[in-house]
Design a protein around this ligand. Structure first.
Ligand code: GAP
Length: 423
């Protein structure tokens, strides 16, 4: 099996990701997140929110509706320009992105038509009376922030330069979803729209600043530095709204691939929505420029999984950073048939759970199998209660990556894990 097959199989086996509506054969481009997947995904979003909103003074959060007045999409240019050029096979009628295929159809060897453009927006019909009202599932989460720009300025004490952060679902009618969750039709984005004065130098400096900040964030959560690079967009490559753009790319098993886009959107969006800003001190009025950082949550999760995947003989280890690992600690009794040990282990499990950390309990099989199972889902620490614990009030704490074991007093476990997680 190649790495992607192994990751896909692990995700299904251990409850990270399943094909959507699998019992009916799945649905192309849609995925469901299982008990461990939702933890990993939530942890990624929480870490992002922490670094973008809580640790900063100049950013506030937002959560806009998925479906908006369709005029938003007319003004934003998405109805006209949010397109992919596709070719269609004359024999089997399959459609492909122009840049993803050669001269002949990879399905049947047939010839292609000339490229045609297809819009990526997903239409929805609302109401009960005909004709129903047409709108769209948002193709990017971004427009909800732009159309609320004045609401945020008037209701909070933000002053330029400042940012608005948002995490939420986006939908694209992708013609060729693939590479597991990499290109889906429903996915989540985590975005910052950072508003600056309309000034070439200031905006360029901010663009460079955010490029560095975002790559640092991925590295701080464990992505290997040499697997990341910037890719500057050439003239014809840029989205319709971008003055200039750089992607952060990751070297996936299927090649260097976009992780996150950093875009200089200029005044494109605010101007098209007829919005502007008045400086509260000087009274000066202008249309701010926007530097955007736009990452995919599902894509981040996939790349975190790929990057963390490690095989040591039979043993599979997900070396996930402890801040994003689905479970922080697993607690075991050494033997499942000794009530004293089980009771003590359950006491410790409950006291650790009270801290709000995500903790699991396991008493199945032998201790070796339990370590094996926790390594495979990336649990950084395992706590074992043995006969000595009943005497000396200490437990064995085993580290996932080094397999090193140390004895720690039960009373000190909470602070031990809190310290480790704060590193
Ligand atoms: N607001 C700007 C914007 O949406 P984008 O480069 O089109 O920019 C940003 O998308 C990020 O969203 C991408 O870098 C990727 O991580 C994620 N993304 C885009 N399309 C996706 C898809 N079909 N499936 C999963 N993630 C996707």
């Amino acid at each position: 099996m190649d790495t992607m097959e192994k990751i896909t199989a692990l995700c299904k086996r251990r409850g990270f990701i399943f094909p959507s509506s699998e019992i009916y054969g799945g649905f192309q481009g849609f995925w469901d997140y299982g008990p461990l997947g939702v933890e990993l995904k939530n942890n990624i979003k929480c870490q992002w929110w922490k670094s973008m909103v809580y640790e900063r003074e100049d950013v506030v959060g937002f959560d806009a509706a998925v479906i908006m007045n369709p005029t938003v999409w007319e003004k934003s240019g998405h109805l006209k320009a949010f397109t992919d050029p596709l070719v269609e096979c004359k024999k089997c009628n399959y459609r492909f992105k122009v840049d993803s295929v050669g001269d002949k159809c990879p399905e049947c060897g047939g010839e292609f038509t000339e490229p045609k453009t297809f819009n990526l927006m997903t239409e929805v019909l609302l109401g009960t009376t005909e004709p129903k009202e047409k709108s769209y599932l948002r193709g990017e989460i971004t427009q909800g922030v732009f159309v609320n720009f004045e609401n945020v300025v008037n209701s909070s004490r933000v002053k330029i330069p400042f940012g608005i952060a948002q995490v939420g679902k986006a939908f694209r009618n992708e013609i060729t979803p693939g590479n597991f969750t990499f290109r889906s039709r429903e996915f989540e984005q985590m975005e910052l729209e950072y508003f600056v004065r309309p000034d070439e130098k200031e905006s360029k400096d901010m663009f460079e600043y955010w490029k560095e900040e975002r790559i640092k964030w991925y590295v701080s959560l464990g992505i290997k530095k040499d697997k990341l690079r910037f890719h500057e967009h050439a003239e014809g490559e840029r989205a319709h709204y971008a003055k200039y753009a750089t992607d952060i790319e990751y070297e996936a098993p299927f090649g260097w691939s976009e992780f996150e886009g950093i875009h200089h959107r200029g005044d494109y969006d605010l101007r098209n929505h007829g919005l502007s800003y008045k400086d509260p001190q000087t009274g000066e009025e202008f249309t701010p420029w926007v530097i955007e950082t736009s990452g995919g949550v599902d894509r981040a999760m996939l790349f975190f999984l790929i990057d963390a995947y490690f095989e040591d003989g039979e043993r599979i280890v997900l070396k996930l950073n402890s801040k994003i690992a689905p479970y922080k600690v697993a607690v075991f009794p050494l033997l499942a048939n000794k009530p004293d040990l089980v009771e003590k282990a359950r006491d410790i499990y409950h006291s650790l759970k009270e801290t709000g950390l995500s903790i699991t309990f396991d008493s199945r099989g032998n201790i070796g199998k339990r370590y094996f199972a926790q390594d495979e889902i990336g649990t950084p620490w395992c706590v074992t209660v043995d006969f000595e614990t009943l005497e000396d009030k200490k437990v064995t704490v085993r580290d996932r990556d080094t397999a090193k074991q140390e004895r720690i007093e039960v009373d000190k476990l909470v602070s031990y894990f809190q310290n480790e997680l704060a590193k």
